[in-house]
Design a protein around this ligand. Structure first.
Ligand SMILES: *Cc1c(COP(=O)(O)O)cnc(C)c1O
Length: 425
């Protein structure tokens, strides 16, 4: 890591870092530990379960159990972020993803469904992958799942997605919450019958505790945010579905018409999965940028230093504490960090005060209800344009702000964020 990068990170200064090791897909495809086939398998699993999900959650009936979000035009916000140029800015409305209200709906749900499917096939509750998965909503299946526990460490939203779906299928669920987790997320989980274990320590510590407890108990299935391939593939499905969404809007993606994705990053699974899915599905015209809080830039630090999980933001004297609870992670996923070395185009950091301003801006300009983690995406286009990256020189680009969460924010919590923005102004 060069001295300027280290100094900016240590100082907690908002910072943009262009990745010198980004490589064309043709060069790295063979070496990548994840292929398009892995992601397609995850998409197929989500499709197999869609009829069951449509029956379990009334809000999914209309979409047939398919969990997806819109690409929204955000003209007023776009003008604020980039001025009136020829670039196009869209917002990927994962904050409105049904049931879980965050990006975790794809990854978390896929991880739960992978466990449920494996157990059901082993127990003969399903005859095969072409069976009618709605059977798993029947009392006999629920009673079977009730003997199994899903366990997860979370800063909030992953726990919510695992807890809500796990409980709906009949699983026992234990969520190990780090200190940052918001009270309303814990309350919501308890209301669906999940057990919430509160940890005074950070996210890495909460995960470690969950991992240890699960290892000792065969009927406890630990969903490992730092290492799970099932989570990662589930997230990546979003990338796979992008070409059709862009095509419907008449948007081409190519090196002449680049697409920039701005992805809020915690431990790395969600942005990493989406980034890889998008690169594999759209090619080298897709550029990916990760957004992190100035106090918790774990992925930037891990990639820039190439030390990944061997280094934590606390080693630089940063606190790891941030209003963006979904991104309050001090140590990145080793698996994802390695995978992203040749894939990610850049990473940037945003201060908490700016996140609060951006939450208020998205509300005022477009009526969007984002949580601070999601607002980190909004700082991206201006930084990338200012960085004058050669790949973008003179080319009109499409920018996608990936709004990763906020849909379930209670009114009072959202009002408090807007009040905080007022107070700063
Ligand atoms: C979890 C989360 C992220 C980042 O996902 P990671 O897999 O932890 O990197 C971003 N935004 C929100 C709102 C989240 O909940």
């Amino acid at each position: 890591m060069d001295a300027a990068t280290e100094a900016a990170l240590r100082a907690g200064r908002p910072f943009f870092w262009a990745n010198p090791d980004r490589r064309p897909l043709a060069v790295v495809r063979e070496a990548l530990a994840v292929t398009l086939a892995d992601i397609e398998a995850a998409a197929a699993r989500l499709d197999r379960f869609a009829p069951l999900l449509a029956g379990l959650f009334p809000e999914l009936a209309a979409c047939g159990g398919r969990i997806e979000s819109e690409l929204l035009p955000v003209p007023t916000l776009a003008a604020r972020l980039l001025g009136h140029g020829s670039d196009r800015v869209l917002l990927k409305a994962d904050h409105r993803l049904p049931v879980a209200g965050s990006v975790k709906a794809r990854g978390g749900f896929h991880a739960v469904l992978a466990v449920a499917e494996r157990l059901a096939l082993e127990a003969g509750l399903l005859a095969g992958a072409d069976d009618d998965y709605r059977k798993l909503g029947r009392p006999a299946a629920r009673a079977f799942f009730a003997d199994h526990t899903l366990s997860v460490g979370s800063t909030g939203n992953l726990g919510l997605s695992i807890g809500i779906l796990g409980r709906a299928l009949g699983f026992a669920v234990t969520v190990h919450m780090s200190a940052e987790a918001r009270d309303w997320k814990k309350a919501r989980l308890r209301s669906v019958g999940a057990t919430v274990v509160e940890h005074a320590g950070d996210y890495t510590a909460a995960c470690a505790e969950a991992r240890t407890q699960a290892a000792a108990a065969p009927a406890v299935h630990f969903i490992d945010d730092e290492n799970s391939r099932d989570l990662f593939w589930g997230y990546a499905v979003a990338g796979l579905r992008l070409p059709a969404q862009l095509c419907a809007l008449g948007i081409d993606v190519s090196p002449e018409h680049p697409l920039c994705l701005y992805l809020p990053c915690g431990v790395g699974g969600a942005p990493g999965g989406i980034a890889l899915g998008a690169r594999l599905a759209l090619g080298d015209g897709a550029l990916v940028f990760f957004a992190e809080p100035t106090e918790a830039p774990c992925m930037l630090l891990g990639i820039a230093s190439r030390r990944h999980a061997a280094i934590a933001v606390t080693d630089l004297g940063l606190s790891g504490r941030t209003l963006a609870d979904g991104l309050a992670v001090a140590r990145p996923s080793q698996f994802v960090g390695r995978l992203m070395e040749p894939v990610v185009d850049g990473l940037y950091t945003v201060a908490d005060e700016e996140l609060v301003r951006l939450v208020a801006a998205a509300w005022r300009d477009e009526g969007l209800r984002l949580e601070p983690a999601a607002a980190a995406a909004l700082a991206g286009p201006g930084l990338v344009r200012a960085a004058e990256m050669a790949v973008l020189a003179g080319r009109p680009a499409t920018h996608i702000l990936w709004a990763t969460g906020g849909g379930l924010l209670p009114e009072a919590d959202f009002a408090a964020l807007l009040a905080a923005a007022e107070g700063q102004a």
